[in-house]
Write a protein that binds this ligand. Structure first.
Ligand code: R5P
Length: 286
C-alpha cells in the first residue's frame, strides 16, 4: 500500500501513512502561470494499492485528485482508494429548486471513474454515499472531536439549529454531556432571539457543534446569544473548518473562547486528527 498526498491534505496523509504503516509517494507538483495543475509521481505505483488523499477544496485540489487517479491508473496500481477528508460540493445533495444540479452526484461520478473505493469524513448527508457506483464509506470524526471537548471542560453540547441536531447529539453522547439545540424565535420583523430549547446555559461551558463552519455566521450568532444568556465559556467545534472571509476573527469577536476543527481541512485550529478513523476502514478490510 502506498499513500499519495494531495496538496490540500499533506498533514492528514502523513498521519494516515503512519497509521497504516505505508510509504508516502514522492511527487512533484506545480501550477502553471494560467493556473493549470501539474503532478508527477516520482515513485512507481505498479502493482500497489494506491491510497490517494485529497480534500476537494479548493477547486484545484479536485483537479489534482482527478490527475492523481489517472496517474495511479495508468501506472498500473492494483487497487485505487480515494480518500476525500472533506467532500466539497456535497452540500448540494438534492435539487432544492428546479433546474439545479445535484453537485454531490456529479462530482461522485467523476471521482469513481478510476477508483475502487471512496472514503470521506462526516459527509454533510449520509445519502450522498449512494451517489457512488463503487464501495463508499463515511466515517465520523465526532467521537475524536468529543474527546477533545471533554478535555477542555465542556459540559453541554448544543446544535446551532435543528439541521445539526443528530451530529451534536452524537457528540454529547460520546462525551456524556447534556444536549440541546438552539431555536430561533422571531420577535418582530427585525428582531430574532436564539435560545437553547430546554437548557439553561448559565454558568455552563458550552460547545456548539456543526459539521461545517463556513463564514461562521451560524455559530457566531449562537455564541453571542449564549454569552448573553450567561454561558461561562463557548467553544465552536466542527469537523470541516472552511473559515471563510475572516470567520475565525468573527467567531472570537462574537464570544467564542475556543474554536476547534479536525484536519480534514488544514487550518490553524485543526487540533483533532482524523487519520485514525480513516485508517480503521483499511484495518477492517485487512
Ligand atoms: C449547512 O448546511 C452546514 O451544516 C453549516 O451549518 C453551514 O455550512 C454553516 O455555514 P456558516 O458558517 O456560513 O454559517
Amino acid at each position: 500500500m502506498k499513500v499519495v498526498a494531495g496538496a490540500s491534505s499533506q498533514r492528514l496523509s502523513k498521519e494516515l501513512a503512519g497509521a497504516l504503516g505505508a510509504d508516502l509517494v514522492n511527487m512533484e507538483r506545480k501550477t502553471f502561470p494560467d493556473g493549470e495543475v501539474y503532478v508527477r509521481l516520482a515513485d512507481s505505483l505498479r502493482g500497489e494499492h494506491a491510497v490517494l488523499v485529497s480534500t476537494t477544496y479548493p477547486q484545484n485540489a479536485l483537479v489534482e485528485l482527478l490527475l492523481l487517479e489517472e496517474a495511479a491508473h495508468s501506472q498500473g496500481a492494483s487497487e485505487i482508494s480515494v480518500v476525500v477528508p472533506y467532500y466539497a460540493y456535497s452540500r448540494q445533495d438534492r435539487v432544492f429548486q428546479e433546474g439545479e444540479v445535484v453537485s454531490a452526484k456529479a462530482i461522485a461520478e467523476l471521482l469513481e471513474i478510476k477508483a475502487d473505493r471512496f472514503i470521506t469524513v462526516d459527509p454533510h448527508k449520509e445519502h450522498i454515499l449512494g451517489f457512488f457506483g463503487i464501495e463508499a464509506h463515511g466515517v465520523s470524526a465526532v467521537p475524536l472531536l468529543a474527546k477533545h471537548l471533554g478535555s477542555h471542560g465542556v459540559d453541554t453540547v448544543l446544535a446551532p439549529d435543528k439541521g445539526a441536531l443528530d451530529r451534536a447529539q452524537f457528540a454529547a453522547k460520546c462525551l456524556g454531556a447534556e444536549f440541546d439545540y438552539m431555536e430561533k424565535t422571531r420577535l418582530s420583523g427585525t428582531e430574532v432571539v436564539m435560545k437553547a430549547k430546554r437548557l439553561d446555559v448559565k454558568g455552563k461551558t458550552v460547545a456548539i457543534v456543526d459539521d461545517i463552519i463556513s463564514t461562521g455566521g451560524t455559530i457566531a450568532t449562537a455564541a453571542a446569544e449564549l454569552k448573553r444568556q450567561g454561558a461561562k465559556r463557548v467553544v465552536a467545534a466542527c469537523t470541516h473548518g472552511l473559515f471563510l472571509g475572516g470567520a475565525l476573527e468573527r467567531l472570537r469577536a462574537a464570544g467564542c473562547d475556543e474554536v476547534v476543527c479536525t484536519d480534514t481541512i488544514e487550518t490553524p485550529v485543526s487540533h483533532v486528527g482524523a487519520a485514525e478513523v480513516i485508517a480503521d476502514v483499511f484495518r477492517e478490510r485487512a
